[in-house]
Design a protein around this ligand. Sequence first.
Ligand code: E4P
Length: 194
Amino acid sequence: MKLFIDTANLDAIREGVKYYPLIGVTTNPTLLSREGGDPVETLKAIRAIIGPDRELHVQVTETEADKMIEEAQAIVALLGKNTFIKVPVGEVGLQVTAALAELGIGVTETAIFTAGQAMLAARAGASYVAPYVNRLDNILADGVGVVSDIAQTFAVHGIGTEVLAASFKSPEQVIRVALAGGHTATLPPDVLKG
Ligand code: E4P
């Protein structure tokens, strides 16, 4: 299983890449606002810390397709290669995913709660799908089970899109996701250290 750190905290990212075998950083608007300051400057600082070869996943904040596509292009222009655009799944999200894939921009389809959403995102051209494990558990659904369903569906159909499991509260959830076939996971700093 490949690992990301899920934070916009610069100290946590410095420590993360120093000690752990991370392939990148995932952020979201909440994580960026939690750090204060200008989110653009924070993202540039993250890229400077992790270098050009690790992945940086950044979510669009616009809600209309044309604006989301423009924002995604601006993010990639700012942060360079190995930058992936997080797009929340939904009708507009799938439309934007297909457009970005056509432009050669990597997409992480985020806020995935079902294997059906994951299949649609994969067929739209997403590089990754991000099921929210702990949030599924919180609504009395089965986060690990959803990861397992997605991984099996992708394997049966030879789909190259990777499962980037997200929303973790414990190392135990991570290991259960790994056993269920999750290809990658993004962990908050405390779960990574745990
Ligand atoms: C990742 O794509 C998500 O933004 C993140 O992992 C959600 O985590 P949370 O459920 O702890 O907010």
